[in-house]
Ligand binder design. Sequence first.
Ligand SMILES: Cc1cc2nc3c(=O)[nH]c(=O)nc-3n(C[C@H](O)[C@H](O)[C@H](O)COP(=O)(O)OP(=O)(O)OC[C@H]3O[C@@H](n4cnc5c(N)ncnc54)[C@H](O)[C@@H]3O)c2cc1C
Length: 520
Amino acid sequence: MFDRKTLIKPLESSPDWDVIIIGGGATGLGVALDSVTRGYRTLLLEQSDFAKGTSSRSTKLVHGGVRYLAQGNIDLVQEALYERGLMLKNASHLVRNQSFIIPNYKWWDSLVYTVGLKVYDFLAGKLSFGKSTRISKKETSSRLSTIKTEHLKGGVVYHDGQFDDARLAVNMAQTAIEQGATVLNHFKVSHLQKDANGKVNGVTAIDNETHKEYTFNTKVVINATGVFTDEILQMDTAGAKNTVRPSQGIHLVLDRSFLPGNDAIMIPKTADGRVLFLVPWHHRVVVGTTDTLLDSHSLEPKPLDKEVDFILETANAYLNKPVSKADVLSIFAGLRPLAAPKDASEKTKEISRSHKIIVSTSGLITITGGKWTTYRKMAQDTINKVIFLGKLPHRECQTKHLSIHGADGSADDTDHLYIYGTDQKAIERLIQESPELGDKLHPRLEFLKAEVVWAVKNEMALTVEDVLARRVRILFLDAKAAKECAPVVADILAWYLGKDDDWKQSQINEFTYLTNQYIL
Ligand SMILES: Cc1cc2nc3c(=O)[nH]c(=O)nc-3n(C[C@H](O)[C@H](O)[C@H](O)COP(=O)(O)OP(=O)(O)OC[C@H]3O[C@@H](n4cnc5c(N)ncnc54)[C@H](O)[C@@H]3O)c2cc1C
């Protein structure tokens, strides 16, 4: 079922669709799920891999956004808190309840944050993740054993969600396929088709594996391409004004010894007025992020030295175990598609983070902005808009209680295979049948060869990068180890995909080149 060739075969004889979605990140996959579960014939095309863009590079939080609360953006926070609750239920294998501690070094801070977080709890209503509480200096320093204790007054504990972003994207693609959609990675949209009245009625797209070109007809095209939004808008109208400006956020990944307990840290006020998170993730710690306005975008944005220095300096101001560049296991950058600022004085952190739906004169629908946490609501709003415009017959949204592929009611992370949810047993069966698949991919890491086999057979992975960046998250957890795993992963892929030694070598070369960007 989750096989590109099987999905591509019927495309030539069925070029007509109700909805075509361009982009396989959180937004596009969310729209595909919403569309197919309402019964529309749905095709999603992703130029690279699912979540290759921003959607694999988040801070891994399923959250209302404490920062947006401080900015008084109550509606946005309330909407995200509601969606947070639904995500915990619908993707229970990937979303965990995570406690955060805000360490306080001034008495009044602890009061201010306690009151603010009570409002946060209140806004979550029935879908609350747990009550916020004020804790003593002693409890703060015992729960956060690596925090500086000089002048520490106490802490405030609150709860949010934490997840694996790229794995959720893969599982959303699988869910959409199970529901009847055709969802394809490595399939780039190159042109929009229009009728005699200038209305968009199809796309031309290229299968990057075979280089074969296809033309598909449709009632509606949805542009869900994140920071690539303007490229599609310019396919629609040559010379169209840019609507999106990329703002970069980077993360450093550290060994768990920098934050050994179960709590995450939220630093509410950094030197540049933003917040910094230190979050336990797959037995490492993700530290981020930044907010740097850029002039250009790419699928592989590059962290800037000043961003690295900012994160290290801020973390070192709070941690008693000094962090240096040598401690960084992986570094990754993502781009927010912010609405282009109206004028030079507008700061990125003040630009609205809520989503926006644009309807072009041609009928092209663009959905941009928002957060991973609100992907479901963004999708619902997008398809509702299409129905409102009369492009599709009215049908109610079905996704509020839709289980995502793999959901099994728990995210018990004692065994790292928990992340596969209901698929975990099938991976264990692979190992029973071929015990060598139980071998580790790398002596330093917990991940197994069986996971690579699973990724190529059942999760549409086509390249070494698809496996090591977004199926098994080694590139994001330990970039040097990822580089060392490339030959064994290339071997397994070549065997299952029927590729030769030249292909294997070029995969290893490409991935090695890429990993250098993730190593500091
Ligand atoms: C640093 C950072 C941290 C964040 N942290 C969080 C967080 O902790 N929690 C949270 O809820 N949100 C977070 N977000 C926000 C969240 O990650 C984004 O809102 C979300 O991932 C955006 O998804 P998207 O699908 O719109 O964009 P993308 O994930 O970028 O997807 C767009 C896709 O379109 C594809 N595409 C482009 N052109 C074409 C074409 N011609 N044909 C086919 N495909 C094409 C691209 O390859 C890409 O995969 C964070 C964002 C950043 C930048």
